[in-house]
Design a protein around this ligand. Sequence first.
Ligand code: SR1
Ligand code: MG
Length: 404
Amino acid sequence: ANYVAFDAQRAIEYVNSLIDSKQCDFFIAGQNLSAYEFGDGNLNLVFRVSDEQNNSIILKQALPYARCVGESWSLTLDRARIEAQVLLNHGAICTEYTAKVLHYNHDYALTILEDLGSLQILRAAQNNAQQFPKLAEHVASYLSHTGFYNSDFYLAAQHKKALVKQFTNPELCQITEDLFFSDPYTEHERNNFPVQLAPQVKALRDNTVLKLEIAKLKANFLSNPQTLLHGDMHSGSIFVDTNTTKMIDPEFGFFGPVGFDIGSFIGNLLLNYCAQAGHIEEFVTRRNYQTHLLSCIVETYTLFEQHWLNFIDTKTVDASLSSKAYAQYFMKNVLQDAIGYCGAELIRRTIGLAHVVDIDSIADEATRLSVQKQILALGEQLILNAHTCETKDAFFSLLISQLN
Ligand code: SR1
Ligand code: MG
């Protein structure tokens, strides 16, 4: 079949064709299906297809361009393959925390996924100051399991290299390379910040020490295939409820540095932390919620590191990588990378192309600007001081000193 972008009717016809050819075990035959498109992300079409009993699935289709920009920014359809295959890889390691793939079609660049609509997107929930007591444990478990079992500690070298090839994702990686590490530090039409932030932006761009650290982070992102990353671990890529956490949308997945995903996740919690100055008026209530977010960061990183150290100690296959000394060395580098990527996420979400609603929805302009300045300063300090953090506790102290 030749690629065609779907509308709701085509989505229904496609699912009916799967039912007719008995390739579908998610709907029974002979029902009227309905569908609507509701994607609000930056890149893709997302349809919900339902039967008469309200059973539903999600049909996600890649467009040959970036939806948030338009047809002028063409983008590979191969990202649909990457996304489906990362979900299958991560789902095999961590079923509980990975959205389930029900069907994939290469020609149409589409994936059918379980419908997680009974859950909430983490970002929306956190903008309503909701708390998720299991979030830290679940994210730490997902990132450490998928990270370790796709790493050189566990995989035979030739198998790992075959996977690196399978998950080579140059176009989507280039988006990250540009949006995280290049655009914010130079004049670029994709950047997006209010004129009032121009002095802060200029100071970042003039800071040669900061730019050296950004160059190191970018080089590490470009050339350090440590594990199969999710690649876009922001709060819009996570579905939650009180007891459940499911990762979605790993179309930016590739083999990259272990610190990138955990750093991005923590960066998004910090964006929400800072944004609360514009959302929760009452001081004690705001402090309570911010304390919860900080505890979530501490718990996530602590459990993530514990799992990794335990896996290295007990499950490493390559004997030459299994020493305690190497484990300590490796995890110190992961920590420092994570702090740097966290800082880069803070800066790029404030002055680059892709913002977060946590910040942009702050109605009062003066408050919004003051939050944005706080985030830029925090991002800068994290990047500049990452190399001084020898332990996770030093990272937590750095964070606390910057947030007070
Ligand atoms: C053009 S894509 C912009 C951003 O959206 C995605 O979710 C990634 O975070 C990317 O950087
Ligand atoms: Mg996405």
